[in-house]
Write a protein that binds this ligand. Structure first.
Ligand code: TXD
Length: 320
């Protein structure tokens, strides 16, 4: 007789075995966090990637099971499901151009995955992020603590990297908090950015801060312009892995994630980036920070754009 508590390995399903999905699978396995199921629509591709990752196990020294599939039945009983399926941005494309194609993909993926793993915590990564997370929530009817979108961790990591480079300090001493939607209207809160506890407003002038804030807002596009054939995936996968880790290890890390709001920050019925603690139940708490009038107005402007796009996406889905 096996003890189910001892013998249960956590299981993470990653839907979409593309750049972000496959890099995420590698990180989760190599950090020994969970067994990973990679699912994609392209027959053979997730199986091939899983085999490739499996063949590296002896060198990267972990024992996690990694499998690839095109069949949702193989994802059953996952603890966490991450949706990265979709098409990424091409040069000149806005995140919203992706909306129609990705809306259909995400709704289908969310429904099929949660049907197999009704207890799972769902993390959406596909763009446009805040809109896709809302649609996935509607499609699954998950309680709000078990569904969220990844964007704020990535945007904060970018802001963190730019501050460290600007000041010539270790990135490990820099802490940042980027709120709002994942897009041009995101809200990097400079007041809450610190270097070893010192607010950056004490360490650089307003012009420099504005420049870094602008680069953070443009962070995704900067990489798309350079790469031409795809979008960023190392930092996005690392950011998603951090959320998965905080959940699976029950760490309660305070991270900005796209969460369903019910009145917090004066917003409701919307998914948008706010600070949350992530633990084994998903979102343990949505933290309501004190924002200045300007910061709150920026958050509301970004929420208004998300709301408009959610409505457009719903119309697109209803029209065919
Ligand atoms: O901060 C963030 N949230 C993001 C979001 C950061 C980086 C990337 N972001 C978005 O993630 C990006 O705009 C895309 O919408 C997704 C995935 O980006 P990635 O760079 O990984 O794209 P790829 O390499 O094209 O991979 C997408 C995979 C590909 O293998 C497809 O075959 C697969 O998705 N796909 C599907 N899988 C399962 N089911 C369906 N229906 C499906 N359709 C496509």
């Amino acid at each position: 007789d096996v003890n189910p508590l001892v013998c249960h390995s956590p299981r993470v399903t990653v839907i979409g075995a593309g750049k972000v999905g496959s890099t995420l699978a590698q990180r989760i396995a190599e950090k020994n966090l969970a067994d990973v199921v990679l699912l994609d629509v392209v027959q053979g591709m997730p199986q091939g990637l899983a085999l490739d990752l499996l063949e590296a196990k002896g060198i990267s020294l972990h024992d996690r099971r990694i499998s690839g599939t095109t069949d949702y039945a193989d994802t059953a009983n996952s603890d966490v499901v991450v949706i990265t399926a979709g098409i990424p941005r091409k040069p000149g494309m806005s995140r919203d151009d992706l909306m129609k194609t990705n809306a259909k993909i995400v709704v289908e993926a969310a429904k099929k995955a949660i049907a197999q793993s009704p207890q799972a915590i769902l993390i959406v990564v596909t763009n446009p992020l805040d809109v896709m997370t809302y649609l996935a929530w509607q499609a699954t009817d998950l309680p709000r603590d078990r569904i969220m979108g990844m964007a704020g961790v990535l945007d904060s990591a970018r802001f963190q990297a730019f501050i460290a480079m600007e000041l010539g300090v270790s990135v490990m001493d820099v802490q940042t908090m980027v709120l709002g939607s994942h897009g041009d209207l995101m809200v990097p809160v400079a007041r809450y950015a610190t270097v070893a506890g010192v607010p950056i407003t004490e360490l650089m002038d307003a012009q420099a801060i504005d420049r870094l804030v602008a680069r953070t807002r443009n962070g995704g596009a900067e990489i798309v312009e350079l790469m031409q054939t795809g979008s960023a995936y190392f930092a996005p996968a690392a950011s998603t892995c951090l959320m998965v880790e905080s959940i699976l290890l029950n760490q309660s890390r305070l991270l900005p994630v796209a969460a369903y709001l019910q009145g917090e920050y004066g917003l409701e019925d919307i998914f948008i980036g706010v600070p949350c603690s992530l633990s084994c139940g998903g979102i343990g708490k949505v933290w309501e920070l004190k924002l200045t009038d300007t910061e709150l107005a920026a958050l509301h402007t970004s929420a208004a754009a998300v709301r408009q796009n959610v409505n457009r996406a719903k119309e697109m889905l209803e029209s065919n």
